[in-house]
Design a binder for this molecule. Structure first.
Ligand SMILES: Cc1cc2nc3c(=O)[nH]c(=O)nc-3n(C[C@H](O)[C@H](O)[C@H](O)COP(=O)(O)OP(=O)(O)OC[C@H]3O[C@@H](n4cnc5c(N)ncnc54)[C@H](O)[C@@H]3O)c2cc1C
Length: 443
């Protein structure tokens, strides 16, 4: 069995032992099979049982619930959709970009309320999200998106100038910021494991250590899903496999995995914390192409992620570690907060995010009869989004029309990634371009 705790600080520090549920064996029947036990899969299962308690729902997870991005991410619950508001507006239109913002605001609020209502112990702090500009070009980019939000009449987003930023932080690094107070930070693995518990309490059957190896249509209304040791038939099939969807040939062209990495410091002393400021503890991102994202943990460590990404060839998923990026991230902590010179870095890890060619999420169907559903492409912005996407998928299966099921990215036409060699070249070219822009413009 894999050492799951080694996959992130969050998994390592789970208070309870990680004992996987028994895997699928023999032949079983159910109404809905969900493949993947991250936020998307667990939220889909939970909401299906909430909407239709009589429905039989099974989740098949290859490892343990929270093994993927859901157990390794930065823990920002935020409203970002796609890359930036400006790009979403350009790619679709103003109305759709605005509706995406509304979807995400609802997603952040819903996750917050869900955690409170169910008393989920995942260190949620409603400390807000701060997007900072650290160079003139980043300032321009933030001003541009801020103007879009002003035109939408958005409340709840504050414009922070240098003086306001100086009140919060003892660094001269930040030139401008926008602050969104509805957002929060949380412990991602605790959320995933608690979602497993809540889904099971609702009656969802969860099989762990059950990698799906194959699936096929038996008739217009039945699927057969196979794992190494068992098989299960179902009326509906949900692919909640995110970046790992690359392993299914039928889904390969929809998205590609891209790997993002994180380093983490030892806990800061009161003296160190005082020296850097960071009074409101907001989760922070900068406005580069290859963003840095960083935050404090409950025990006052700094989590610093991003700065670059790793790409695998074809279905390669072994890019969790990247020493060059780790070293860049460690240096970046000291670049922003030189007061922390000498701080120890105790953890480093990485994981895959799912990227569509137009860098926009999609919930779609395989086949004509809308009974096999997939959800992908949330980039590094999937914590609140995948939770709500799971809710939307449950509504779609239960034929309940809501604002969520009407969103423009449900069933949207997807631009396919080309075959492996070209995709690999294209992804490297995009990353290279972003790195160059960051070095020249957005540094
Ligand atoms: C390092 C990192 C930092 C991030 N930071 C943030 C952040 O701060 N904020 C934010 O909003 N988003 C962030 N993200 C993105 C966010 O974590 C994801 O969008 C979200 O967790 C995706 O959830 P999911 O359930 O769709 O996928 P996953 O959590 O990846 O779950 C997919 C599951 O499918 C399982 N699986 C794969 N293949 C099979 C198979 N054949 N059979 C059965 N099961 C299978 C996997 O084991 C996995 O558990 C980050 C991601 C990473 C990697």
């Amino acid at each position: 069995m894999e050492d799951y705790r080694s996959k992130s600080f969050w998994l390592e520090s789970l208070p309870q032992t990680i004992t996987p549920n028994p895997g699928l064996s023999g032949s079983k029947k159910t109404n809905v099979v969900v493949i993947g036990g991250g936020y998307t899969g667990l939220s889909t299962g939970y909401h299906l049982k909430q909407l239709q308690p009589g429905l039989e729902v099974s989740v098949l997870e290859s490892d343990i619930c929270g093994y993927g991005a859901s157990g390794r991410n930065g823990g920002f619950s935020m409203t970002l959709f796609g890359l930036t508001k400006g790009i979403t507006k350009f790619r679709f239109n103003d109305k759709k970009a605005h509706s995406a913002q509304a979807y995400m605001e609802d997603a952040v609020d819903y996750l917050h309320d869900f955690i409170e209502l169910n008393q989920i112990d995942c260190d949620y702090e409603k400390s807000g999200y701060l997007l900072v500009g650290t160079s003139p070009a980043q300032v321009k980019r933030i001003e541009h998106d801020f103007k879009i939000m002003e035109d939408w009449g958005l409340k709840g987003v504050e414009h922070w100038d240098r003086n306001r930023l100086k009140d919060e932080f003892n660094t001269s690094f930040y030139k401008i910021g926008w602050f969104e107070k509805r957002c929060g930070i949380l412990n991602p693995a605790r959320l995933a494991r608690e979602m497993k518990r809540l889904a099971q309490e609702k009656g969802v059957v969860i099989y762990e250590n059950s990698p799906v190896t194959d699936f096929k249509k038996l008739s217009s209304s039945k699927f057969l899903v196979k794992t190494g040791k068992g098989e299960i038939t179902a009326d509906y099939l949900v692919f909640a496999t995110n970046a790992y969807s690359i392993l299914f040939p039928q889904l390969k062209s929809i998205q590609r995995p891209v790997f993002t990495h994180i380093v983490m410091t030892e806990p800061l002393s009161d003296y160190q914390l005082d020296a850097i400021g960071w009074k409101n503890r907001a989760g922070i991102e900068d406005a580069r192409d290859l963003i840095h994202y960083y935050r404090l943990t409950k025990d006052n460590r700094i989590v610093m992620g991003g700065g670059d990404v790793s790409l695998g060839y074809g279905s390669q998923l072994n890019r969790d570690l990247n020493e060059k990026t780790f070293s860049h991230l460690q240096n970046h902590v000291l670049e922003i907060f030189p007061q922390l010179k000498g701080i120890r870095f105790t953890h480093k890890w990485g994981g895959p995010v799912s990227v569509t060619l137009d860098m926009t999420p999609v919930i779609g169907y395989l086949g004509e009869n809308k009974k096999a559903i997939f959800s992908m492409g949330c980039l590094g912005h999937g914590v609140s989004m995948t939770f709500t996407n799971g809710r939307a998928i449950a509504e779609m299966i239960c034929k309940k029309e809501t604002q969520r099921t009407q969103m423009f990215f449900m069933g949207r036409k997807i631009i396919p990634w080309p075959p492996d060699l070209i995709s690999y070249g294209a992804a490297h070219a995009i990353r290279g371009f972003m790195k160059m822009e960051d070095a020249i413009l957005y540094k």
